[in-house]
Write a new protein. Structure first.
Length: 195
């Protein structure tokens, strides 16, 4: 057995930050194709078109698949958010709680896109993936959903691979300068307050 590798100290000059965030994550999918598109609003929230996201007070809604939306909100008591969305959908859509299945990470800093491009199959240039856009892809051999928010890039990854992705992101960002990890609140992710 070989000795564990020791990572070089993290330079803190690049301004990059990677932070974990707790959130309730609910997937809503329309029973009938076009049913939700005809309504375009559920519980007072505009449903974005595929590849887009909308922000409401303490709520993010994004879509990377036709007829399906991920609703992210600040954590509540287990099952409470799912029950609220079941009531809001009024039997027009299926509701699945993915809070334990997906891990949200907030990646911020001037060179975030450059770091992510080292393992991402998408064109991350500002013109190609602007604020308010969302996309599903594979990064570092892991399925991810990327959403461009005012504070930075939200990265959703399966919880089973979150540790691997987090370690890959830190290692990849090290030459650019990354600050030690900290957790952030859902308000920070939404850009509702300064981080």
């Amino acid at each position: 057995m070989s000795a564990p590798e020791r990572a070089a100290p993290l330079p803190a000059t690049g301004g990059l930050k990677l932070a974990a965030c707790s959130a309730d994550i609910i997937e809503v999918s329309a029973y009938v194709a076009g049913a939700a598109d005809a309504r375009r609003r559920v519980a007072g929230i505009d449903l974005p078109a595929c590849g887009r996201l909308t922000r409401a007070a303490q709520q993010l809604v994004l879509s990377v698949r036709p007829g399906r939306w991920l609703m992210l909100s600040a954590p509540q008591a287990p099952g409470l958010a799912a029950r609220a969305w079941v009531a809001a959908c009024a039997d027009q859509g299926a509701v699945v709680d993915l809070s334990s299945a997906l891990t949200p990470l907030l990646f911020t800093g001037a060179r975030v896109r450059e770091v992510l491009a080292r393992g991402c199959r998408l064109d991350l240039a500002g013109a190609a993936l602007q604020e308010g856009r969302a996309a599903a892809t594979v990064m570092a051999q892991v399925a991810v959903i990327l959403a461009v928010l005012p504070p930075g890039m939200l990265v959703l990854t399966p919880s089973s691979t979150a540790r691997h992705l987090r370690e890959w992101l830190i290692a990849t960002a090290r030459p650019f300068g990354i600050a030690p990890e900290v957790d952030v609140s859902f308000s920070d992710v939404c850009g509702d307050r300064a981080s």
